[in-house]
Ligand binder design. Structure first.
Ligand code: PLP
Length: 364
């Protein structure tokens, strides 16, 4: 029997519903990854990614054939060598993932921690910065809905000589990102988040300074698949490295074009508007913001504390029966919060009106 795949109202913090232009682009005729038309498309993607990341003209951009985690892993694999001191900011699951990856690539990891629901304090980073070769921080911590103060952290790192890696998985493409102005050396996201393209690609941006550090490595990058030089072979020198998923490139190209045509400030305003309206609509039911400090609330993932006595699993289960997907907490926040996605095509009135009507019906 064929599996039934009914249409869902996806309110999760990723993946997001695919943008109609990206969906249409998926049906374009298959071409080879070495065909000139694909290289021309890749060049447009590279230029558009520089705009999305607010990157300098000499910043190298590319798509890795994997999800956001591959973007994270490629950064540590290329920019860290065994014994290097790496400072990782951890205030949730994805910061913890960064610390784990850096450790596996042989770094001596120091962790700057903040409690779940709170942002990383720049002073705590300043206190531990001495001797670090690389500092890593998640811009939007999806697991808790916290926006970390990347501009302030970047200002500190800039003067220290360390490289700065920023996980932009829940921000780039929806929130303005200023890689050049902030002084970020390596940034990555996942196609299925703010861009509303299908999962399977990680758009990355690598500064000229990061490339200098990479060129001075004493040992080869242990992750052959995403070796920075291998990426350059394909994306800049147009020689074979591995077979890229051409149809996903079509879709991402279309989604990125649509995002830039809408404008990053307009997308930011859309997320803020829907998030604000949603918070106001859910307040009478007893949902309250999980992140106490308003300036630390991630605009693209609304984390709400559940009302006392709320049957989290039961209500989400009944919503799912109606084909509405809502995500709960992760790790220590499981059973305590909901995380409502406001990235890309999720930040639209229609899917949230569907949720509010269903909740009225179930709870009212
Ligand atoms: N970093 C952040 C902040 C994320 O939210 C996610 C996924 O939700 C990841 C990294 C990992 O991305 P992926 O699941 O695409 O590998």
């Amino acid at each position: 029997m064929a599996v039934s795949l009914p249409e869902h109202t996806l309110l999760t913090p990723g993946p997001t519903p695919i943008h109609p232009d990206a969906l249409a682009a998926l049906t374009r005729p298959m071409l080879g990854h070495m065909d000139p038309e694909v290289f021309a498309l890749n060049r447009e993607i590279q230029a558009d990614l520089r705009v999305m990341y607010g990157a300098a003209p000499d910043t190298f951009t590319a798509l890795l054939a994997g999800t956001g985690s591959l973007g994270m892993e490629a950064g540590f694999a290329n920019l860290v060598e065994p014994g290097d001191e790496v400072l990782v900011c951890v205030n949730g699951s994805f910061g913890a993932r960064m610390a784990e990856m850096a450790t596996r690539y042989g770094a001596r990891v120091r962790v700057v921690q903040a409690p779940h629901g709170e942002p990383i304090e720049p002073a705590a980073v300043a206190a531990q910065l001495d001797g670090a070769r690389l500092v890593a921080v998640v811009h939007g911590e999806t697991s808790t809905g916290v926006l970390n103060p990347v501009p302030a952290l970047a200002a500190l790192v800039r003067g220290s000589g360390a490289l700065l890696t920023v996980d932009a998985v829940t921000t780039a493409g929806m929130e303005p990102f200023f890689m050049q102005d902030w002084g970020v050396d390596y940034a990555y996201t996942g196609a299925q988040k703010c861009l509303s393209a299908p999962p399977g690609l990680a758009p990355v941006a690598i500064s000229a300074r990061a490339f200098e550090c990479f060129a001075a490595r004493r040992t080869p990058t242990p992750l052959w698949y995403c070796d920075f030089d291998g990426l350059r072979d394909y994306w800049d020198r147009q020689s074979y490295h591995h077979t890229v998923p051409v149809n996903l490139h079509y879709a991402l190209h279309a989604a990125l074009r649509a995002a830039l045509a809408e404008g990053l400030h307009a997308r930011q305003a859309r997320a803020a508007q829907i998030g604000g309206a949603l918070q106001r609509a859910l307040a009478p039911l007893g949902f309250t913001p999980y992140v106490a400090r308003p300036e630390a609330r991630l605009p693209t993932v609304l984390a709400l504390r559940l009302p006392p006595g709320f049957d989290d699993a039961g209500v989400r289960g009944r919503l799912r029966e109606r084909h509405i997907s809502v995500t709960g907490g992760l790790g220590p926040t499981a059973g305590q919060i909901w995380r409502l996605g406001l990235m890309g095509e999720t930040a639209r009135p229609a899917p949230y009106l569907t949720l509010l009507r269903a909740l009225e019906d179930l709870l009212g």
